[in-house]
Design a protein around this ligand. Structure first.
Ligand code: AMP
Length: 419
């Protein structure tokens, strides 16, 4: 026998029993996108590596350690092409915004996509090399109302998929005016205790000191005593953050200010937020996160335009639903169409007519005995069996109770099954 080939490490197959939960989270995401007036966009799954290096920052984990590189075909000019699978969607969306001159459209633009992201990370529970996100972006709105609106939207998503106890963590990491001062304060504080930092943090300290704060190995007392972003905000950033918080209060959003929340990517300014199940707030536990990126459009070559967005991880959302035993809406009842005669065309015609009425139908094309057909219909999850005989009339069997009605019309089948 030939050697079998497995799925690549860090990827998963979603088998039929797993997909109803995914259908649910995607349906909720699409419905909320519609109700919050987001328009769908799609961008390529791979982009030039430079886009991510420039947009996300060379020192971000996504670029420094986890970039999933793509080469062109062997022998082609692109063999060593500097492409990478997208680790997150914002850079690609902003690239498209600039490339297509979307700034001339009536703004602010509200864009959304659902799709796979790729990070070449060490796989573990809740951390995959391919995972999916629901992403929303608002480009051209300086906030703070839109910041609160997006945090409320994220909260509503988790409520609507049936999760309980989700709390938003929010912070402000300042802007180009006040962040340098905050960075200096962090460098001074951590440099004085450099020997207590992890190797990663020591390396990052002078390049990106904010990242030291979200190092999972940072000693709790060092973290607790660290300078806080909110104490270093300039007047404008402070007013913005106060505005976001009072709007969140007014909307009744469950949130807490998290001084260690800095987000991993360089492009964030001011508002940063993440969603967690209360009490499950460690690294790798975030269900989603986002923030404001007022400098990103300009950094990628466009005109200065504010922006804000979030990415919610659908894999972790589904995992959390499994952990909480979240109920899914019932699937529509499946109808098996079976044949007491050899007339295949009649079976398929009946199946087709039932589908016209909106029912989910699984015809049995075999010439097995009716008893066998009933058995396999029930095993396949059918709730009803419609038995096609020689004449026009049908029989309807309730596979749960075993009750059977003979000599019944197609219309009566439809109303019995739909009712
Ligand atoms: P991030 O931009 O890293 O905060 O990612 C946003 C969300 O995507 C996270 O809160 C996770 O839910 C999800 N996510 C990020 N990386 C992974 C991964 N490697 N595997 C599964 N989900 C992930």
């Amino acid at each position: 026998m030939a050697r079998t080939i497995g799925a690549p490490r860090g990827t998963r197959d979603l088998l039929p029993e797993a997909t109803p939960a995914w259908d649910r989270v995607e349906a909720v995401a699409r419905d909320l996108s519609r109700r919050y007036a987001f328009e769908r966009v799609e961008t390529p799954l791979f982009e030039q590596t430079d886009l991510f290096a420039r947009g996300l920052g060379e020192s971000s984990d996504a670029v420094e350690k986890e970039m999933f590189r793509v080469a062109g075909a062997k022998g082609s000019d692109e063999e060593a092409a500097p492409w990478a699978l997208r680790p997150e969607p914002t850079a690609g969306i902003v690239r498209a915004f600039i490339e297509h001159g979307m700034h001339v459209r009536p703004g602010p633009l509200r864009l959304t996509l659902i799709g796979p992201m790729f990070r070449y990370d060490r796989p573990q529970a809740g951390r995959y090399r391919q995972f999916s996100q629901w992403d929303v972006e608002v480009i051209g709105d300086a906030g703070p109302a839109v910041d609160a609106e997006l945090i409320e939207l994220g909260q509503r998503f988790f409520t609507d998929v049936g999760l309980t106890d989700v709390v938003a963590h929010v912070n402000s990491i300042g802007d180009a005016t006040c962040r340098p001062g905050y960075r200096d304060a962090l460098i001074a504080y951590f440099a004085a205790q450099e020997e207590r930092l992890s190797e990663d943090s020591r390396r990052r300290l002078r390049v990106n000191p904010l990242r030291v704060l979200d190092d999972k190995d940072l000693a709790p007392d060092l973290a607790a005593g660290a300078p806080r972003g909110v104490d270093h905000l300039c007047d404008e950033c402070r007013a913005h953050f106060d505005g976001v918080r009072s709007l969140l209060d007014a909307l009744g959003v469950r949130y807490e200010v998290d001084h260690r929340l800095v987000r991993g990517l360089d492009y964030y300014t001011r508002t940063a937020f993440e969603f967690y199940i209360a009490g499950r707030e460690g690294q790798q536990q975030a269900l989603g996160g986002g923030g404001r990126y007022d400098g990103l459009v300009e950094l990628l070559g466009g005109r200065p335009t504010p922006g804000i967005g979030f990415g919610i991880g659908l894999d972790r959302t589904v995992l959390a639903m499994e952990e909480q035993g979240t109920m899914l809406p019932p699937q529509p009842a499946l109808v098996a169409v079976l044949g007491a005669s050899e007339d295949q065309a009649r079976r398929l015609r009946v199946a087709s007519a039932l589908r016209d009425a909106g029912l989910a139908v699984r015809p049995d094309g075999s010439s097995r005995k009716l008893g066998k057909q009933l058995e396999s219909g029930a095993k396949a999850g059918a709730r009803w069996a419609v038995i096609v005989g020689d004449g026009d009339a049908l029989a309807l069997k309730d596979l749960a109770s075993g009750e059977q009605r003979d000599q019944i019309s197609l219309e009566d089948v439809v109303s019995a099954v739909s009712g």
